[in-house]
Every structure is written in C-alpha cells, then in structure tokens.
Write a protein that binds this ligand. Structure first.
Ligand code: PLZ
Length: 430
C-alpha cells in the first residue's frame, strides 16, 4: 500500500451504498466517526472500498500500536488457527495463555510477585479488577474520576464520567461508585489535596475498596495529571488500605514510550488493566496484580468462556515481541517529539489551540474559546477537514473539544509528517 490517496469524495460512492445497508441493519446507537468502509490496512494506512487510502492517526482507538495486520501477528494467528481455535482455558488450558500472563507479570511495574488473567475486552478487565478489589479488601466503595472512561458494561459505564453518549438513559447504575476531580493542569483543577479531602469527606477512607484511575485520561482528552499527582494518590491509597487500580487500557503497551504510562510517574499499581493494543487487533484484555490480592478469590470465581482465546494469545505474544525487537518504546517517544514540535507553535492565548499535551505517541490538542471555554465545534471542523483530505484523526474530551493523535508506533515518518501537515493546516483554519 503506497501513500495517501483521495480519489473520491469522503465517503465515496461504494461506502455510501454500504452505509445505507448499515443503517438498515445496525442501530444508530453504534456510532461512527468516519463512514468509509475499510477493505485493507497496513502500518499507518487504511484503504477503503472506493480505493481511497487514509493516513491512520487513530490506530482503531489505540489498538494497532504495532501496525494493522502486522506480519508477525498475522503469522502467529494463522499458525494457531491451524492448531486449535478454542478449548476454554478453564476447561483444558494451553501454554499461550500462561505465556501472555507471564509477560504481563514481568513487564508491568513493580518487581513483586504478581498474577494475571485474561478476558475479552477493556470493560471486562475493569469489571474484574473491581471484583478483585472488593473481594480482597472486603469493602464496597470504588472511586473513579471526572473525565474517566472505563467501558460500557454496567459497572464500567457507572465508573465512566460522561453522560452523553455513554450513560444517559442507561441507568440505574451500579451502586457504591463515587466520583472525584481529576488533575487538569491546563484548567488548574483537581489538585491532590482537594481530591483527597473530597474522597475522605464524601466516601470515607475506610470504605474505599479501590480507586480506579487512568494515568492519562484517554477518552477524557489526554489530560495528563500534574507531576506527582498519581504518586500522591498511590500513597493515599496505601495509607487508607484502598487498592490503586490503574487503567492502562488506552495508555499501555508502549503507547507513551514506556510499557505502561504510570511508569513515568514511578507508580506501582496494586491492580492494572490492559486491553486494546495487547492483542494487536485481536480482542483480549488482562488484569494484572499483586499475587496476594489476585489469589484471594476462591477457585472458579474468575473467568469466562472466551477469555484469553488462543488466537488472541498468539497475537499478544507477537505484539510483545514486535515492541521489543523493533524498539517501539523509543519510537513512541520520538513520535511524541515530532507531534509536539509540529503542533506546539499553534498554541495561542487567543485560541483556538489552547494546549498541546500528552506523552509519547499519545498527543492531543485542546480547542478553546475565550476564557478557555471548550470549543467542540472547532474540534469537529478540524476533524472533518482532516477526514476530507484523507487523514483519520479522532476527537475526545469530556466536552468533545479535543483532537487526539494515536498513530501506530510503526507508522513510516513520511506518512506521519504528511498527516501532521494536514492537521496543522486544518488547525490554522480554526
Ligand atoms: N478503559 C481507559 O480507553 C476504551 C472506547 C470506545 P473496551 N476506550 C475506547 C467506545 O466508544 O466505546 C477503554 C478505555 C479505557 C476501558 C475502556 C473500555 O475498553 O475494550 O472498549 O471495553
């Protein structure tokens, strides 16, 4: 696949036709960012059914960190599919599952004894982390944060901090979920002392089973907490006997230049969730944590039919290998520098580019109006301009006013530069 190419309107006629079938067969509730139907993809390019090739700065929401259909992933899955496709790990186990857990235990922060187990999605990983936290502590309350996103199942949705489109009309929500402010340096809010006072006052330290936090708020707009905030929260949890659950589903697996984003803050979670890029495009999630907590649960209390499916495990093992052999942690950091260098010059107190932030290959631009008020219309205009020119960017943010960049870590430099150039032009138009 060779370079960006826009041959038709976006979406083109064949995509429009498929869009009509989609509308008649799939409910509107399943949204769509850019209605081009994809036929094939590589590291950094998506080719649609009209022959347009788009530069991919979204990685299917931080999933294809190692590239789309990465050859080693394809080969591993192909080989595994020819051997066996499923047994259910709880019925008759297989090595691939154990090997993925070993790698998660080895690479996640902290040198203490750990255990991991595998599920099918991010939401399921979050649900299970909370199950374990409650079981191990004997407490009920779970604290989550403003701007947090943790999934769409009942408990994960209850932990999520945004009503539209995730929660409105879907209640009643799971009980014993409490919300605290998240640190946001740009808006000068969510300082650690205030957060702790808030939790102690509204929940009570001795009631908290766990505090679930994204080290960088993903769907919330790549908000990076002020330095020391996450570590301060970890220290408070340790004092209170509450567990720190770090949700690395979007920020993990090399995305920020470290295996896991909380490493930048020197934080060691009690429990950690992974999903998205763990499977390099195949559905898999993981829960990794302190052995004493993970072993607290009785036999049979954890699991699921498909969790750690053999194809997904084969893909995940290939993902670990690719990140290591291709030096993708360093590559993520370099991509971060290119993106930040390119966009930083657009920051203007008069708007609309209020701030450029993030870590490694997880960089976003927050668009604001006077007084730093959110400007979601500007974000939408910028995204649409990029889409029309064959560059897929994603929006984010509690107020929908953020453009986020999540390119595959294997994207060639020339594609990244071209994509950023188009984004820069779109941002200049405002
Ligand atoms: N935790 C931090 O980012 C998923 C959501 C897409 P699932 N983010 C993308 C959408 O519109 O639903 C996410 C996340 C963090 C948990 C999840 C949930 O992961 O695999 O989508 O369930």
């Amino acid at each position: 696949m060779n370079g960006r190419s826009v041959r038709t309107a976006i979406p083109g006629p064949r995509s429009v036709e498929l869009g009509k079938r989609r509308a008649a067969a799939v409910p509107t509730g399943v949204g769509v960012t850019l209605p081009v139907f994809i036929e094939r993809a590589s590291a950094g390019l998506l080719e649609d059914v009209d022959g347009n090739r788009l530069i991919d700065l979204g990685s299917g929401i931080a999933v294809t960190n190692v590239g789309n259909s990465a050859p080693a992933v394809v080969e591993a899955v192909r080989e595994q599919a020819g051997l066996f496709t499923h047994t259910c790990f709880q019925v008759t186990p297989y090595e691939g599952y154990v090997a993925v857990c070993e790698r998660l235990n080895e690479l996640s922060p902290g040198s203490h004894d750990k255990r991991s187990f595998l599920v099918n999605s991010g939401a399921e990983a979050v649900e299970n982390a909370v199950k374990i936290a409650r079981y191990a502590t004997g407490r009920d309350a779970v604290v989550a944060f403003d701007h947090g996103f943790h999934g769409r199942t009942l408990l994960a949705m209850s932990l999520t901090g945004k009503a539209m489109p995730y929660k409105r009309g879907f209640g009643p929500f799971a009980p014993e979920v409490y919300r605290a402010p998240y640190s946001d340096p740009f808006h000068d809010s969510g300082h650690l002392d205030d957060v702790i006072r808030h939790i102690e006052t509204t929940v009570g330290a001795s009631s908290v089973a766990g505090v679930i936090v994204e080290p960088i708020a993903g769907e919330g707009g790549f908000v990076v907490p002020e330095p020391g905030w996450l570590a301060g929260l970890a220290a408070w949890c340790a004092d209170a006997g509450a567990l720190l659950i770090v949700d690395e589903i979007q920020s993990g697996m090399g995305r920020t230049g470290a295996w896991f984003a909380c490493e930048h803050e020197g934080v060691v979670p009690d429990l950690m969730t992974t999903a998205k890029s763990l499977g390099g495009g195949l559905p898999i999630g993981g829960i990794t944590g302190r052995a004493d907590l993970m072993e607290a649960v009785h036999r049979g209390g954890l699991g699921g039919t498909f969790g750690g499916n053999p194809l997904a495990c084969a893909a995940a093992l290939a993902v670990f290998e690719i990140i290591e052999s291709q030096g993708l942690l360093a590559r993520a950091s370099r991509i971060g520098v290119s993106m930040t260098d390119r966009l930083q010059g657009l920051v203007d107190a008069e708007g609309p580019v209020g701030v450029v932030r993030g870590r490694g290959a997880m960089i976003a631009v927050e668009l604001v109006g006077p007084g730093r008020t959110p400007d979601p219309a500007a974000a939408q205009r910028v995204a649409t301009r990029c889409h029309e020119q064959g560059v897929l960017v994603l929006t984010a943010g509690t107020y929908g006013n953020v453009i986020r960049l999540l390119p595959p870590l294997t994207i060639p430099d020339d594609l990244l530069d071209e994509g950023l150039g188009i984004l820069e032009g779109a941002l200049k138009e405002g």
